[in-house]
Design a protein around this ligand. Sequence first.
Ligand code: ZN
Ligand code: ZN
Length: 367
Amino acid sequence: MDLDLVFLGTSGSVPTAKRGLAGTLLRRGGERILVDCGEGTQRQLLRSSVGLVELPEIFLTHYHADHYLGLPGMLKTFALRGREVPLTVYGPPGLKDLFEILRRVFGRLSYELKLVEFGPGDGVKRADFRIEAFAVEHGVSANGYALVEDLRPGRFDLESAKALGVPEGPLFGRLQAGESVQLSDGTSVGSDQVLGPARPGRKVVLAGDTRAAGSVLEAARDGDVLVHEATFSVEERERADETLHATATSAAELAKAAGVGLLALTHLSNRYFGPEIVREARAVFPETVVPKDFDIIDVRFPERGGPRLLKGGALGRHEEGVPHDKDGSGDRGGRPRGGGGDSDDPALRGDPVGARVGRRDASDGAR
Ligand SMILES: [Zn+2]
Ligand SMILES: [Zn+2]
């Protein structure tokens, strides 16, 4: 079963030329679960290889504007397309109050919109995994979310199966699925005779905005991937404390204590580019990455190599390969090149300055 995370927005509080606001898509098999929907998320989806799919479920971590302002526009777009599939938005207490206001913005929808307020200890159960809400410390009504897979069958012991006289073929599959089988000579073989102990499923934890908190550590314990914010570097520790955000160092210390497989830092203040954050965190916890927008983390099972970062893994087809003209406009006649996105965003490539030249003291930790 494929499980991955698509990073649609990795900036905190305000967008930059290269980083959009909070939005992470969890994909597991055919499931599509969006966590947070900052301004611009629908366009990030359009520009990605994912496309603006009819998401059935959106989980909000909290109601600071950089985490939900993309919702009204996205809901409206779905309505303009005549969507009929219901959509459920989950969030901490305050969701219904928020939508009292947002409804005036997006108006009537063509589909049913369900709102579910829930908090730590609550969850959503699916056939073979669940989404659990857990407490964070951000000074407002807020949830972190963990996707936790059910136990999976133990390793199939081929040698034991052969020794017991099970012929290769369909009986193997039934044993692997936990059934008992009858051999042609009448003996019966139970799955417990050929399967090792049940193995844990995967766990992916998205903490949202929070300082490094004990509740997050518990939720993340032995997780395959922890997505944690690192709004600040350790130099701004005091500012992080004041605003209930984490530093790269505090997030890395938490990841180390929790024994996670991979730490992904996100929600960077616009004063950082990424390398300084990853350097700082890796000094504490080497298994750290700082994904950019459109990066993917492929959450493989441990025996298949564990989680790995795929840089630009979700870039739309022509975001990847279209060379730009000297002036950076990329516009050669203005013909659309098909597909769902623009071809000419110079900010996506090359020098990271552009829109970020000048003031570096824009608001950051306040949201
Ligand atoms: Zn935020
Ligand atoms: Zn926040």
